[in-house]
Design a protein around this ligand. Structure first.
Ligand code: Z5A
Length: 208
């Protein structure tokens, strides 16, 4: 089977990392070679950019600087990790990718989707996820989960209205490309979420 590029998206505390680990385990059980990675991050340089983006210390980036930092990290991640893995026939399961940019920097921060789309073309050269798993939940549920973990990063300090815009941004994108999106009700208990993910995996294997 050829490699596939799967991304997991959603608001803060929506269960993306939990879903990612579950998916990777299931795919490996089927004998696939899988790369588990995340954005911003995935390489030493991209992880350093992540630290800068999330830090609450020092000067906060203006919106356009934030956008360019996200895409600088993505360029590095694509070149060093994602493209080589896909070329080797591996599956890549990535916690967040460009849909997060449209939701956070676009819908929530107010930058133009046209500018984001230009950077997407420039940096990704046609690479897009095969499937985007959107972990959808009311922002207050995710915020409560994330906040119970302690210190908050720069994004986690945003208010409920910001996270409402993030959620709407994701749902709007899912409507535009329903063939690539799988929307999971992330407010369900863990075993129900996992059942939804198992059905998704079954579909991948049934059609290939
Ligand atoms: N960002 C951006 O602005 N633009 C971009 O282009 C990109 C990113 C790529 C870092 O992301 C920030 O980068 C992000 C947007 C920005 N900021 N925010 N917010 P991140 O993915 O590292 O940050 P995060 O969204 O805050 O992730 P998280 O807090 O680690 O949440 P998660 O991965 O979605 O959730 P989790 O760790 O799997 O689960 C949270 C807790 O809930 C945990 O205790 C689980 O055990 C529990 N959990 C999970 N599933 C369930 C269910 N079903 N029931 C009950 N409890 C559950």
């Amino acid at each position: 089977m050829a490699g596939r590029f799967i991304t997991i998206e959603g608001g803060e505390g929506a269960g993306k990392s939990t879903a990612q680990t579950f998916l990777v385990d299931r795919l490996e059980q089927r004998g696939l070679s899988v790369v588990q990675t995340r954005e911003p991050g995935g390489t030493p340089l991209a992880e350093a950019i992540r630290q800068t983006l999330l830090s609450i210390e020092g000067e906060a980036p203006v919106e356009m600087a934030e956008l360019l930092l996200v895409f600088a990290a993505r360029a590095q991640h694509l070149a060093k990790v994602i493209e080589p893995a896909l070329a080797a026939g591996k599956w890549v399961v990535c916690d967040r990718f460009t849909d997060a940019t449209y939701a956070y920097q676009g819908e929530a921060r107010g930058l133009s989707s046209g500018v984001i789309s230009q950077l997407e073309v420039l940096v990704q050269m046609g690479r897009r996820p095969d499937t985007i798993v959107l972990m959808d939940m009311a922002p207050e549920v995710g915020m409560a989960r994330a906040r119970s973990r302690g210190a908050l990063d720069r994004f986690e300090r945003e208010d409920a209205a910001f996270y409402e815009r993030v959620r709407q941004g994701y749902l709007d994108r899912a409507k535009l490309a329903p063939e690539r999106y799988v929307v999971v009700d992330a407010e369900q208990d863990l075993s129900s979420v996992q059942r939804s993910l198992d059905e998704l995996i079954k579909r991948w294997f049934d059609v290939s």
